[in-house]
Design a protein around this ligand. Sequence first.
Ligand SMILES: Cc1cc2nc3c(=O)[nH]c(=O)nc-3n(C[C@H](O)[C@H](O)[C@H](O)COP(=O)(O)OP(=O)(O)OC[C@H]3O[C@@H](n4cnc5c(N)ncnc54)[C@H](O)[C@@H]3O)c2cc1C
Length: 399
Amino acid sequence: MQNERQQDYDLLIIGGGLAGNCLSLALKDTGLKIAIVEANTREQLAASPAGDRALALAAGTVQVLENLGIWSGISNKATAIKHIHISDRGHFGKVRLSAQKEQVEALGYVIAARDIETHVADLVQQAGIEMLCPARVAGLMSGDNEVNVSLKCGNESLSVSARLLVGADGGQSSVRKLLDIGQQVTEYGQTALVSTVKSALPNKNTAFERFTSSGPLALLPVDQYHCSVVWTRTNDDAEALMLGSEADFLAELQACFGYKLGELTLTAPRRAFPLSLIRAQEMVKGRAVIIGNAVHQLHPVAGQGFNLGLRDVVHLAQMLVKQHEAGEDIGAADFLRDYAAIRQKDHDQVIGFTDTVVKIFSNDLLALAAARNIGLALLDHIPAAKTLLSKHAMGLAGQ
Ligand SMILES: Cc1cc2nc3c(=O)[nH]c(=O)nc-3n(C[C@H](O)[C@H](O)[C@H](O)COP(=O)(O)OP(=O)(O)OC[C@H]3O[C@@H](n4cnc5c(N)ncnc54)[C@H](O)[C@@H]3O)c2cc1C
C-alpha cells in the first residue's frame, strides 16, 4: 500500500555524509527549516568498509571543524602530522616539511573517516535536525519559487518542497543526474588500496608520500607505531594484490616503501577503492546547488577531497546566513550564481594540482622522472617553494 505525504522546508539537503551533515550543523541556529535525506541507515553507514579510509585533514579544515563545534569531540582520535616526507623511489629527490620550521602546531591531522562521520552524525541528531532516513530521491523539479522533490522511503512516497535543494550525495550523485548536469570523468585506470600497518620503528608523527614507478604510496601516522596506508596501483595490479595472500601483499608493500620504519606488518583488512576524477560541469541549476564529492570527486593522492568539500560548506553556509538575515530568497538564481563564481577558482586549483600530481608521478618515462626529481630536489632547497607546498598540505594556499 503506497502512502503520499507532503512537507515543506527552507533547505533540503540530499546526502547525510560529511558535506551534507556539516552544512546542516553550520546552519542549525539560523531558524531555517532544514531536513537531510540519507539513503543509508546509521547501522549501514557504520558497517561500510569505506569508513576504514584515513583522512588527512589540512590545518585549515581543523580550524573549520573547531568553529563548527566538531573538533573537540574527535581531537583525541586524530594524530598530528609533524613532518611530511616526500620521496621518489629509485631517484634522488626528497622533500621534508616540518611543523616546527613552518612555526605551526601541526601540518595536518589524520583520522579514520568512520570516527569523524559517526561524530558528525551524532551532532546532527543532538541538534534535532530532521533526518529522512532511509530515503532516496526519486525525482525533482525546480520551479520559480520552490523545488519539488519526490522521495522513496521504503514503500512510502513522500513529496517535499524546499526553497533550496543541496545535493551532497557523493560521487555517484543522483541529484546531479536528475538535474541533468553533465560531468567530465577522467578514468585513471587506478585503484587505491587501503589498510593499516604496524611498524618496527616509530613514525615520529611523519606522513610519508612515496612516488614509485607503479604508483604513489602514502603512509599516514595513526599512532607512533601504526600508519594508515593509501597505495595507488593500476587496476590490474590492485586486483592481483587483493586476490593474492596477505603475505604477498605485505612483501610488495615493504619493497615499495623500503625500511625507513623497519619491518611492517598488516593490522587491518585490505580494501580497494577504484579511482576516477569526476567533475560536474555546473555547480548550480535552478534552485539547486551541488557540493562536496557530488561536484568534485578527486584522486586521494593529495588528500584534498574532504578538505575541498568542507570549503564548499563554509562558503555556502556563510552566504546563506547573510541572504537569510537580509530576508532575501536563499534559492534565487543570482545568489546561487555568485556562490558558484566564488567557488570556481578553488575547485580549478585543487583539481588541477591533484590531476598534475597523479599524471606526473604515475609516469616513469625518463624525462618525467628526471623533471620530477629535479622538482623535488629544487623544492628541498628553495624555502619559499617549500612553504607554499606546506601551505597546500595545510589547506592554507590561496588564503
Ligand atoms: C581511499 C580514499 C582516501 C581519501 N583520503 C582523503 C584525505 O586524506 N583527505 C581528504 O580531504 N579527503 C580524502 N578522501 C576523500 C573524502 O573521503 C571525500 O571527499 C568525502 O568523504 C566526501 O564527502 P561527501 O559528503 O561529499 O560525500 P560522501 O561521503 O560520498 O557522502 C554522500 C552521502 O550521500 C548518501 N547518498 C548517496 N546517494 C543518495 C541518494 N540518492 N539519496 C540520499 N542519500 C544518498 C550516501 O549514503 C552518503 O552518506 C579520500 C577518499 C578515498 C576513497
